[in-house]
Design a protein around this ligand. Structure first.
Ligand SMILES: *Cc1c(COP(=O)(O)O)cnc(C)c1O
Length: 376
């Protein structure tokens, strides 16, 4: 059996090696290492894939969130609502811009912020909501958009873990996650659904004014070179990474299907174990399983993790500490309600190996090992 990894980027590369090598070589041959045609081509292909008017590539997913927030007319001490149980980026850029993250509890089943919690956190200072489509599952976007319209709030979707996922509206129409809110943000970190071979990210929007503004922000605040209208950033997608991404974008749907197939296999085989809750799929969400995350009950998580590790099976805790317990947010974060689900999840979650090259033999070994642990 091949060594089991959380993410097997090497085998994935070997399967498309020729195309990737040629794409990298064409950048080397052109020696246009900053921007240039590869970046433009990839951006327009991604826009077509997502069905969104504008894509602005940038240096990473955290920058994408920062660019999005900087493009809105916010002032210090404005409040932005984001989930308590997630990766740090969304709350981090809120703090960096001297705004206040208002942390809300998440739903136990879907790991995403619930409408009720978001609504109860809205104050006169609230300016935006950042739903995070955690682990590849959509937050309740239709209801969140209604709420945002009612209170006149911006919605910035953190799509770093869910690029390619469809949102299914109640009338059965679909849209790609990241294209429903005011602005969508994503990351091309190597392990993400669409990952490059280094860092990368992008923002998307259908709004022409925000597009102009975000493009300017990502480019030192200027439209015309050396004429700076606002304070911006230097955030570019590397040209080599754009060339890699343009090749991998063609495989994204196929990669998503492999993840879903592997996830459904786990879910099917792991039924009936008392101390394990397998992930759910909400009806409105075409789950892309960036992570396959179990909940391990009755305090058995660390023992299970150690047992799996001793059998050369990696398993990871995403995320061990909820944001409201992070020292960095001690003075700036606000909360209006209990964050008990988030705390509970940080004690129970365990993500199993999940990637596009996971084979049945590896999965059977992982599943058998989990069963062995619980039958001991
Ligand atoms: C990965 C990730 C980010 C940040 O992406 P980087 O490219 O690493 O900056 C932001 N939000 C979520 C939910 C992520 O998983």
């Amino acid at each position: 059996m091949k060594e089991i990894k959380m993410v097997d980027l090497q085998t994935q590369y070997l399967n498309i090696k020729n195309d990737i090598d040629n794409a990298i070589k064409s950048v080397l041959d052109s020696s246009a290492f900053i921007n240039g045609k590869h970046v433009q081509e990839f951006s327009s292909h991604l826009g077509e894939y997502l069905g969104v008017k504008h894509v602005i590539p940038c240096a990473n997913g955290t920058d994408a969130l920062q660019i999005a927030l900087m493009s809105l007319d916010l002032k210090p001490s404005d409040e932005i609502i984001c989930p308590d149980f997630t990766f740090i980026s969304s709350a981090e850029v809120i703090g960096l811009l001297r705004l206040h993250p208002v942390l809300v509890d998440v739903d136990y089943n879907s790991f995403t912020s619930t409408l009720k919690n978001i609504e109860s956190a809205i104050t006169v200072k609230t300016k935006a909501i950042i739903p995070v489509h955690l682990f590849g599952q959509a937050a309740e976007m239709e209801a969140i958009m209604d709420l945002a319209n009612k209170y006149n709030l911006y919605v910035i979707e953190d799509t770093a873990q869910a690029l390619g996922s469809d949102y299914i509206f109640s009338d059965n129409t679909k849209k790609k996650l990241g294209t429903i809110g005011t602005i969508g943000c994503t990351s091309f970190f190597p392990s993400k659904n669409l990952g490059c071979y280094g860092d990368g990210g992008a923002v998307f929007t259908n709004n022409d004014d925000l597009y102009d503004r975000m493009k300017m922000i990502a480019n030192h605040g200027c439209k015309k070179k050396y004429y700076h209208e606002i304070i911006g950033m230097n955030s570019r997608l590397d040209t080599l990474q754009a060339a890699v991404l343009d090749v991998k974008l063609k495989h994204l749907d196929e990669y998503i299907e492999s993840r879903r197939k592997a996830a459904h296999y786990y879910t099917d085989k792991l039924q009936g174990i008392e101390d394990i809750v397998t992930p759910c799929e909400n009806a409105y969400s075409y789950h892309t399983y960036h992570q396959y995350t179990l909940k391990v009950l009755n305090g058995k998580r660390s023992e299970l993790k150690e047992f799996l590790n001793s059998k050369n099976i990696p398993a990871m805790i995403y995320y061990p500490v909820p944001l409201h317990k992070q020292e960095a947010f001690r003075t700036i974060a606000r909360t209006h309600s209990s964050l008990e689900i988030s705390e509970q999840l940080s004690q129970e979650v365990l993500s199993l190996p999940m990637h596009t090259e996971l084979d049945k033999e590896q999965q059977d070994y992982i599943i058998c090992s989990i069963k062995e642990f619980f039958n001991k």
